[in-house]
Write a protein that binds this ligand. Sequence first.
Ligand code: M6R
Length: 616
Amino acid sequence: MCGIIGYIGNRQASPILLDGLRRLEYRGYDSAGMALQNGKDLQVLRRAGRIDNLALLVAEKKPQSHAGISHTRWATHGAPTDENAHPHRDQSGKLALVHNGVIENYQTLRDALKLDGHLFTSETDTEVLAHLVGKYYDESSDADPVQRLISAVQSALVRVKGTYGIAVIHTEAPEVMVGARLGSPLVVGLGEGEHFLASDVSAIVAHTKDVIYLNDYDVVTITKSGFDVKHLEGGIAKVLVSRVDFTEEDAEMGDFPHFMLKEIYEQPQSIQNALRGRLSRDEATAVLGGLQMSPQELRGIDRIILAGCGTAYHAAMVGEYLIETLARVPTEVEIASEFRYRNVPTDKNTLQFVVSQSGETIDTLAALREAKRKGIKVLGIVNNVASTIARETDGGIYIHAGPEIGVAATKSFTSQVAVMTLLSLLLGRIRNMSSTDGLELIEEMEAIPDKITAILKQADHIKEIANKYAHVEGMLFMGRQMNYPVAMEGALKMKEISYIYASGHPSAELKHGVIALVKPELPSVFIAPHDAVFEKNISNIEEVKARKGPVIAVATEGHPGIEKVADDVIYIPRCPSVLSPLLTVIPLQLLSYYVAVARGCDVDKPRNLAKSVTVE
Ligand code: M6R
């Protein structure tokens, strides 16, 4: 949530900052700003609204500077106005600071600063932090402004309760920029005669692929020619230079009108990437070295907990069905934000997985930490390799989906489900699954990418259906067994990008209450592939039709009959029922996409949302 980029070097800073902000805009998009060193004072430019508004201001002011910090905001404290936009200045006006995260004790700090005569111009917690750092800077007797600034940042941050990723500049120390992190990501980009600070590598990958992912409690100082990382309370910090494994183009839209559509179309490839090198035909099993657990250890597991939020939670729900069906290990799924505050009974044979595309979702991170506190082994199913969750887990399975920029998660869902299928195969094969069944599953998994390609070819048909229903007031999504989570995922996609109220239910629950909503203006989407509950789904469809509710069905090709009861049908290729969520979700992603486009919604940046949710 929110994005930061800072630059110090020989080039003009403002174009680099603007380009970086555009690449980070998916993290927050209600206001943006930058502060630039111009030799004597700071030039601070801020605007409510999208980056384009800030770009107009930059074009008008034409700032000349080789060092600056910038920010795109997702509001936590205070409305999205020019005044609340970052960067914020201290009392002297000589220091500027950008911040991701939440300062929980900001009110106490603000009251204390006010008693000292500080005046605030915004409602934000960030301005309080800027004033606090400025106060320590002004009170310091150190003759060296660089040392003063570093010490002031350290002194302020030890008083802070909450989370932060920050970048700070001061007119009296124009040759440096100071950054720090606790619970909110910050990365240093290493260039030739230039350095960067960013909350996400996608902001700087156009300029450098050599980066340092900072750890919690790191305080970094960058100059044109170097960097220095210290621990918040003094002493040396561990520094590891990493190479970014994706290109600038991977995080761009190419010929697609939206990131979401690009990412939907990437799924044949992203699933192949999730499977690559992980299927052993010889042993008829999956090879998952990242788990760092021997077959004996895995055999000792008698209970699995899967935790995640949003789409990752829905993928985990599919995972529960997969693990229990294929490996017969009792599995529970927890919404990460609830798990954290529950007292879930566990024992030494419990294994927990946290599922997260970004690896930064604070609720999922908190669930991970809570589980570890209780001595549970926690593994990750994560996309972002350098993320906090990836680093704090005891191992795991990367999904290798590549950058996902659209706020609506698409390819991460199918990749998460794909790796949970691998996990189930592995656990099944060391328990009671035969090699014949294992091999059959492997062959079916390898066929999934081509089957997704076949579904994508029906995009025009799905678009027609979307246009037909684009102006309804609500939608119901129904599915059973493994496709119940897909119904929930379909409803989430519809809600978040088209603003149509939608809810997902097990089909059989219809008659326990939901059917009261059915009417001609409220279509129901039934996920009804040809499986053991197909006939039951047909009965539920009949019940809706009897009450004049329109029905869109997702069904398996080669099984005629459903078109007689449903108004519109989208066919998926045949596949084993355990793999069907990998196919049935694709038409739902396209349906919500085309409905949102037809309604004129901002598909990649839905209102009130941000890509990774780093506040509780
Ligand atoms: O990065 P994560 O997978 O941890 O994110 C979890 C949710 O915030 C995310 O799936 C969210 O629900 C998406 N906007 C859904 O499309």
